[in-house]
Design a protein around this ligand. Sequence first.
Ligand code: MG
Ligand code: MG
Length: 439
Amino acid sequence: MIMTEFQQRRAAFFSKMQNNSLAIFPAGQEQIRSKDTEYPFRQNSDFYYLTGFNEQDAYLLIINKSGEQQSILFNRKKDKNAEIWHGLRTGQDAAVSKLGFDSAYDVLEFEEQLPGLIAELPVLYYPVFNAPELERSLSSVINLMRADRSKGQVAPAQFIDSLPIVHEMRLIKSESEIELMSDAAEISAAGHIRAMQLCHSGMWEYQLEAEIRYEFAQQGAPNVAYNSIVAGGQNACILHYTDNNRQLRDGDLVLIDAGAEYKGYAGDITRTFPINGVFSEHQAKLYQLVLDIQVSAINQINPGVALADINKNVVKKLVDGLLELGILEGDSEQLIKDQAYKAFYMHGIGHYLGLDVHDVGLYGTAENPRLLEAGMVITIEPGLYISEDADVDDVWKGIGIRIEDDVLVTQSGAEVLSADVPKSINEIEALMANVSVYG
Ligand code: MG
Ligand code: MG
């Protein structure tokens, strides 16, 4: 039998389990938005990674019994009435025949069946402190087993966090994941291009946001990977600005941080461009500084390099640039030591990207940072934010710039997945003037 990639992942997780153990992964749950309306459902990423199953109210169990693997799904039963109201359910038969589980049961039987499944297995893996509903179930089932020894069932005595194992797996992307992430990045890029083409002063930030989401949906991505930031002028200095409710002004820049979610995978792109299509002299100076830093950071990506070390070079270049522009004054080394740049660049250089926008996996410590490996996807997103109340010359005030790309670490360096969307001053101005620089 040919295994699907989801089955292969379950087998890979199984291979990391102790003999005679059981792992439980809960699905996501619908979240109430207000009264009887819900937020759009989004599957739990770990659960999705191991199952490819997109319904709520479900549990995946992976069992290692004397070295034999068994994958069991607890999911909702087929129910004609519920399906008329709320949508189709996969049910148990299709979970086995189409999704490749060894067996599947009604999720309502989960607590009832658990003691029988768990009884001979002394080790239990689950997302410790990360799944309150599951922990409540486990607590009641396991305490009952402990109390009622007459049934001869011995409760598991060792509890291991399953997440570090599955998160290490998720950190290195497979070929098919890289393809999906390229698609997510391309669709995200198309949204940014549309925003550049349609932007004009007087427009409201949410209208520009709507154009981006329109393009995402047209290209097959109805959802965003995170709430879009569309920040005109000074709003760009608020790092997680998502109000998006101000009017765009002639002469300001707009910072857009938006990414499509495509088949579960996140795009995460930021571009900053002039609302009227032409950078002012001072905007261009700051923009070019950030762009040079971003390109140089991408060029440093290689297996064996630490993101933290790339950021050290970013900080050095930024401080030198700000000294040259007269925005900082003093000695470069001392300013870095004093973290004077933090007034203008207060976040990190980037993060892992995958099923989650801030994807899983360990970064290491300051003394011992993790090294990049081929198959990781990361963002590179230096920024420069000079707010209205900064202690600098007025000409620089109210300018926030970030440039962010999605980058695959390869054996020999890096591949920019989001390269479709222009970032040089010439390319941006040409696109906004409707003059193609691509011939
Ligand atoms: Mg971003
Ligand atoms: Mg990011």
